[in-house]
Design a protein around this ligand. Structure first.
Ligand SMILES: [Zn+2]
Length: 170
């Protein structure tokens, strides 16, 4: 039993592979096999379905991802600046700009201060927290299946996990 070691905490469930959310309550279990201890963190769902009992276990929470989120917001602001630096040329770009704006509104980097109709399109007027100026973006019609696709793209871009509430219209 000299060389047993407890493995470093994994950032996800060792059973289903799903990464833990920030501060997600989960289980840390230590299993013994061949005179060796092995730590296997798992989500509560997988824990319910466990086939073998661990040597010991405890409930814990995943580390808070506050810092990560702040970096993501800065990245999103830069992305939004680029998106809105030129007038919207194509549909996908204005939809992505709109979704980015919704996220930045939640993060209080943008504030909706009005809406208007121009060139027979709906526009949102937003105030930018970083320079106090306003910017106008198209409020595009987005069908639900497309919204899902765009949401996945945004998640991939910024390493986010978007809850349903992120996509509610402001
Ligand atoms: Zn799991």
């Amino acid at each position: 039993m000299e060389d047993w070691k407890i493995e470093r905490r994994k950032s996800g469930c060792t059973v289903c592979g799903r990464p833990f959310d920030s501060e997600e309550r989960h289980l840390s279990a230590i299993f013994e096999a061949d005179g060796r201890f092995q730590r296997r963190d798992q989500c509560l769902c997988c824990w319910e379905k466990r086939a073998e009992e661990p040597f010991s276990f405890w409930y814990t929470v995943a580390p808070k991802r506050e810092q990560r989120r702040l970096e993501d917001v800065a990245a999103m602001v830069e992305f939004f600046k680029k998106l809105t630096a030129q007038p919207p040329q194509e549909e996908t770009r204005s939809k992505v700009a709109y979704l980015t704006a919704l996220l930045l509104m939640r993060k209080r980097r943008l504030k909706a201060v009005g809406s208007k109709t121009r060139e027979s399109r709906a526009w949102l007027v937003l105030e930018k927290a970083w320079d106090g100026e306003t910017v106008e973006i198209v409020d595009p019609p987005i069908a639900d299946p497309e919204l899902e696709t765009l949401k996945l793209e945004m998640e991939r871009l910024f390493d986010l996990e978007l809850g349903q509430e992120a996509l509610l219209r402001a």
